[in-house]
Design a protein around this ligand. Structure first.
Ligand code: PA5
Length: 411
């Protein structure tokens, strides 16, 4: 099981806050909140659906060497985070994410990849109308239309979308593309364990059954009453004096977990003038850029450190002259860096929560996903905001619509 060490946060368990958290958790478990169907989803997820996703993934794994996924925000970050941590399994197609920016150079490089690969394409958009993935999907779909006939396209294109009749869904139905439905009551950033995350993750050869099992292990009232509530309570206390939460990890394979966490916290809590500003740092890399600020700069932050106890691969460091680390493994030294950083920052009175992860495998990553979804839903509710909407995101989209209408010479 993942565990949380709060001994260096300077927070104390407040029984009243615990009661409040338990009542929020009960409400979530009992389905008392809109857009919270993800709470019971891992336990309820139909084995038949997991099997169907596995079989579909197997089909694409055999059919292509390049699997392009177009999606943005909650429609790609979770899958990217899981695939990066676990790694593409041998013999899997390369899973490439696109439509999460409008960088022409990047998308041109994916197009070039298509020319030397056999491609399948998956577009993920709950609304079916988000600009960035729609543009990328059109670019890659039209490229595939040049190469494959209509019958073959049906076998190569998969659409993961919400139940409403968007242009994306309507076209997919008309042309007979494979469709997976995103449940209405699950929003983007809470959707990793639905087809949104599970299909690309399974195409990369990752065990989605174990991922879901990990989430199930934490999806009980008992866990939240005995253990889970503690980090949510500490975060809520720390938010009263700190404005930034820094997620820190010690492997480049966790960078996208940090990106997923930033979206989960930022979109769920940052509203009505409230919210902690989430950032993430890759260590020890960033100890040589941000380490000075962390140790001696303005104390406006607290840290949440991921201590992964075991990675599947490691490397021995040879003996070398005056070498303090000779004979150890690299991961052993990495964990020493983590421990010494925690000691140094604690001495500067920086609050630090440590999330201990026994192993970087599917089961524990599944636990991390559910743990943070639930934590953020709880802290958002404690703050009095709706953790499941994102009204602010629409504002720039309205401006963009007007701007495109002015600038697009063809409109
Ligand atoms: O969490 C969310 O709801 C958002 O981040 C969405 O996932 C993101 O905006 C993409 O939306 P859609 O899946 O509708 O294209």
């Amino acid at each position: 099981m993942i565990s949380v060490d709060l001994s260096r946060t300077g927070t104390a368990a407040d029984p009243e806050l615990k009661e409040q958290i338990l009542s929020i958790a009960d409400d979530l478990f009992e389905g008392g909140q809109e857009m919270a169907d993800w709470v019971g989803w891992p336990a309820l997820v139909d084995q038949a659906l997991v099997e169907e996703i596995r079989e579909t993934a197997e089909y694409y794994r055999n059919k292509c060497s390049l699997f392009i996924v177009c999606g943005i925000g909650g429609s790609y970050l979770g899958a990217k985070a899981v695939i990066d941590i676990i790694g593409h399994q041998e013999g899997s197609p390369e899973v490439v994410f696109a439509g999460n920016s409008l960088c022409g150079e990047y998308h041109e490089s994916v197009l070039r990849k298509m020319h030397s690969n056999i491609t399948c394409l998956c577009v993920i958009s709950k609304s079916g109308g988000t600009l960035e993935p729609t543009i990328a999907y059109q670019v890659f779909k039209q490229e595939m239309e040049k190469v494959y006939g209509e019958e073959e396209l049906k076998k190569r294109i998969c659409v993961i979308t919400g139940p409403q009749a968007s242009p994306l869904r309507v076209e997919a139905e008309e042309r007979g593309f494979r469709i997976f439905e995103i449940p209405e009551g699950i929003g983007g950033r809470y959707s990793v364990l639905t087809p949104v995350g599970l299909l690309p993750i399974a195409v990369a050869g990752v065990d989605i059954g174990e991922l879901v099992n990990g989430a199930v292990a934490l999806s009980s009232r008992r866990y939240w009453a005995e253990e889970g509530f503690r980090y949510a309570a500490a975060r809520f206390e720390l938010m009263k004096t700190k404005t930034i939460e820094i997620f820190e990890y010690f492997s480049p394979r966790m960078v996208h977990l940090g990106e997923w966490l930033k979206q989960l916290c930022g979109e769920s809590e940052g509203k009505e003038g409230k919210g902690i500003f989430p950032v993430s740092l890759l260590l020890s890399t960033d100890l040589h850029s941000m380490g000075q600020y962390l140790q001696e700069g303005r104390q406006i932050f607290f840290e949440t450190v991921f201590d992964v106890e075991q990675w599947p691969d490691d490397i021995h460091i040879p003996d070398y002259e005056d070498g303090q680390a000779g004979g150890m493994t690299m991961n052993e030294v990495n964990r020493c860096v983590c421990e010494s950083m925690i000691l140094a920052h604690s001495k500067a009175d920086i609050p630090i929560a440590v999330i201990r992860v026994p192993q970087a495998d599917e089961y524990h990553v599944g636990q991390l996903i559910y743990f943070f979804e639930m934590t953020v839903a709880i802290t958002g509710s404690l703050m009095g905001v709706d953790p499941f909407n994102q009204p602010g995101v629409e504002k720039y989209k309205q401006e963009l619509k007007q701007l495109l209408a002015q600038k697009n010479r063809r409109a």
